[in-house]
Structure formats: structure tokens, C-alpha cells
Design a protein around this ligand. Structure first.
Ligand SMILES: NC(=O)c1ccc[n+]([C@@H]2O[C@H](COP(=O)([O-])OP(=O)(O)OC[C@H]3O[C@@H](n4cnc5c(N)ncnc54)[C@H](O)[C@@H]3O)[C@@H](O)[C@H]2O)c1
Length: 346
């Protein structure tokens, strides 16, 4: 692909992640969204058209049902795949894995999301860690929201030579807000049945050198995830040195309790006030004033907006697979500028 041509991106599954990816693609000067494929015929499909995108039915039956519902349908997923350089599959867990054969048969580059297993693509992606190893590949998997945050933060410590081992407890949101009428928990906390929880091993699919163990519990709220970490450093370090290490990542944003950012909802409100689409917090929001260092031990907590954190990663993954930008930092800077990420949130 020539450096001047725009990457033609197709989207399969316009849900929580898919609609945010679509909106982010339209903000890039080196890519365009050819269309979005769906199975639903209700308001969600209508929003694809209303947002200016071409609608495709994931199957001929879905396309017919959309037409019957009065929607303007351009074609089927097959038609969409003929017109794209990369397909980003944001269908629900385990459905995307079934599409892999279709994409491979067409020799199409494709990106899956964190609900799928590492083996489905053989490569798992977090831009700041392993952009280079995705260059020119046929496929990658953007890891889950929690795993993305783990790799971002531990990569920052590793790059500063501070990371020996990390142990984290993850408080996971119960469900996504728009699905709250269907599932979720109330008045209880539900521990994940196994230690380690899957996020630690998942982070090692991106960087096998990470010594990381995670434990997780589902909590009765829908705003975001909250992580607590205890890190054994390679040596004694001061708080400022640790904060500098985190600041060197453009996708970790220090926040402060003293600014009134005292909870998940206050950070989300700040994103709304900043005019971010969908109130997206793309960064790991890490409490700088709460962070503590005790000799060679480090303790900190941060917030992960599960609906938003993987969006910049997906944009970078598109550039990496197509090779249109060879340098990780260049792609990350382009993506950050387009989505208005800044060094500080307030
Ligand atoms: N929701 C999150 O917080 C989150 C965070 C990070 C990663 N992920 C991962 O992203 C992926 C998508 O999750 P989501 O939360 O956006 O799901 P979602 O259910 O919100 O959206 C999926 C969309 O795909 C559509 N769909 C279903 N079957 C389809 C098919 N066969 N063909 C085309 N479209 C189909 C659905 O109608 C829906 O609109 C999953 O792998 C998930 O694990 C989700």
C-alpha cells in the first residue's frame, strides 16, 4: 500500500466497541470507513446510517430483514469484504472467531477484539508494547480492556528498568450500561473462580517476559473497572521517579483525588465535560496522589474505561497490519492527536 493511499476499513459488529472504532476511524487522515455490517434491524442499525456510514447485512437473511424494516442496505458482509483492505471484527465473543476462515479465504487483513483467544490470530496487540511485531502481519487481536491497561502500565515500569514482578486485583464492572436491563449483579460481589484470573496470562501473550499475577472480582456497577496493584521493583525508587516512568506513556494519564477526581463517576463526568465522544476515557487514569512507594515496593490504583481504552489500540493495529506507518511512536502520536488525548486530563 502506498503511503498516500487511504486504508479502506470495514467494520463487522457495530456494538459497544464497534461504534467507537467506526467513529475513531473517521477521525484519521489515512483511513476511511467503507461500511459497517450488522445483524440487528433496530435503532442500532439505524444509527449506522444516521452517522453517515453504509450499512451491510452480516448475512443475506440479515440484509433482507433490514430491507423489510425499511433500512437502506448497501449489501452483505461479502460485498463489504470485497471493498476493504482491513476488516475490524467487533462482533461478540466467540462469533468473531467463526469469521476468521472467511477473512483468511479472502486473504484479507483482520483485527479481532479481546473476547477471542490469542490462538485465533497468533498475535496479541498493545501499541506501546509490540507494534513492531504486528507490522505487515495478516491478523492481530487487540487484547481486552483490562489486559490493555495491564500491559500499558507494566510496560512503562519495565522501560524505566523498575519492574520485577506485579500483582493486581481487578474490580470489574458488572455489565455495559446499555445492557443493564439484561444482565449484571446487585448487592453482591462475585469473585472470579480461579487465581490467577485470565488477565495476567493474557498480558503475557503480548509480552511473555512480564511477571504478573491477577485476581478479579465482579462488582455491582457499570461505569468502569478499577485496578489495585502491588509491584516489586528492581530497586528502591522515589515516587517522582515512578510517576515520571508512567508519564512517559502517552496513554497513562495521572489524576488526583485532590482535584476532586475521587471516584470512577467523577472521572467519567470530566470526560463528558471535555466533550469526548461517548465520554470516552482512552487513557489509563492513574491516581498520582494515592500512589505510594515503600523502599522497593510500589502501590497504585487506576481506572479503566472498558468501553474506550481499546479504541486507540485498534486504530494503531490497523496501521501496523497495513504497514502504512512503520514506527509505533508515529502511529501512536497520530492516533492520540486525532482522539484528543493529552498528557493531563485536567
Ligand atoms: N464491552 C467492552 O467493555 C469490551 C471491552 C474491550 C473488548 N471488548 C471485546 O470487543 C468485542 C465486542 O464486544 P462489544 O462489547 O462491543 O459487544 P456488543 O454486544 O456491544 O456488540 C456486538 C455487536 O455485534 C453485532 N453482531 C452480533 N452477531 C453478529 C454477526 N454474526 N455479524 C455481525 N454483527 C453481529 C451485535 O448486534 C452487536 O451490535 C468482544 O470481543 C469483546 O470481548 C469489549
Amino acid at each position: 500500500m502506498s503511503a498516500s493511499a487511504k486504508i479502506r476499513v470495514g467494520l463487522n459488529g457495530y456494538g459497544v466497541i464497534g461504534k467507537r472504532v467506526a467513529a475513531a476511524v473517521t477521525r484519521q487522515d489515512d483511513m476511511s470507513l467503507v461500511g459497517a455490517s450488522e445483524v440487528v434491524t433496530d435503532w442500532r442499525a439505524r444509527m449506522i446510517i444516521r452517522n453517515g456510514f453504509r450499512l451491510f447485512g452480516a448475512t443475506s437473511e440479515a440484509a433482507s430483514a433490514m430491507r423489510d424494516a425499511g433500512l437502506s442496505v448497501t449489501g452483505t458482509l461479502d460485498d463489504l469484504l470485497e471493498q476493504v483492505d482491513v476488516i475490524v471484527d467487533c462482533t461478540p465473543k466467540r462469533i468473531a472467531a467463526k469469521n476468521v476462515e472467511l477473512y483468511r479465504r479472502r486473504q484479507l487483513k483482520f483485527i479481532l477484539q479481546g473476547g477471542e483467544k490469542h490462538a485465533t490470530t497468533g498475535h496479541s496487540f498493545v501499541a506501546e508494547s509490540n507494534y513492531a511485531s504486528a507490522l505487515g502481519r495478516d491478523a492481530t487481536r487487540v487484547v481486552s480492556c483490562n489486559t490493555t491497561s495491564v500491559v500499558r502500565t507494566l510496560t512503562a515500569l519495565k522501560r524505566a528498568g523498575l519492574l520485577r514482578r506485579a500483582r493486581g486485583t481487578l474490580l470489574r464492572r458488572a455489565t455495559d450500561p446499555w445492557e443493564s436491563h439484561e444482565s449484571g449483579i446487585m448487592n453482591t460481589l462475585v469473585p472470579e473462580p480461579e487465581i490467577p484470573s485470565h488477565q495476567g496470562p493474557d498480558a503475557q501473550t503480548v509480552d511473555p517476559d512480564l511477571d504478573v499475577v491477577t485476581m478479579a472480582v465482579k462488582v455491582p456497577e457499570t461505569v468502569a473497572h478499577l485496578h489495585y496493584w502491588s509491584v516489586q521493583m528492581t530497586r528502591k525508587a522515589g515516587k517522582d521517579e515512578v510517576l515520571d516512568a508512567f508519564r512517559r506513556s502517552s496513554r497513562i494519564a495521572p489524576i488526583r483525588i485532590s482535584d476532586g477526581l475521587v471516584a470512577l463517576n467523577s472521572v467519567k463526568e470530566l470526560m463528558a465535560d471535555r466533550g469526548r465522544p461517548h465520554d470516552n476515557l482512552y487513557e489509563v487514569a492513574l491516581w498520582a496522589d494515592m500512589l505510594r512507594v515503600q523502599d522497593d515496593e510500589l502501590f497504585y490504583a487506576y481506572m479503566v474505561d472498558n468501553q474506550a481504552i481499546v479504541i486507540p489500540e485498534t486504530i494503531d493495529a490497523i496501521r501496523a497490519l497495513t504497514g502504512i506507518v512503520q514506527d509505533a511512536n508515529e502511529s501512536i502520536a497520530k492516533t492520540n492527536a486525532s482522539l484528543c488525548l493529552e498528557a493531563t486530563l485536567i
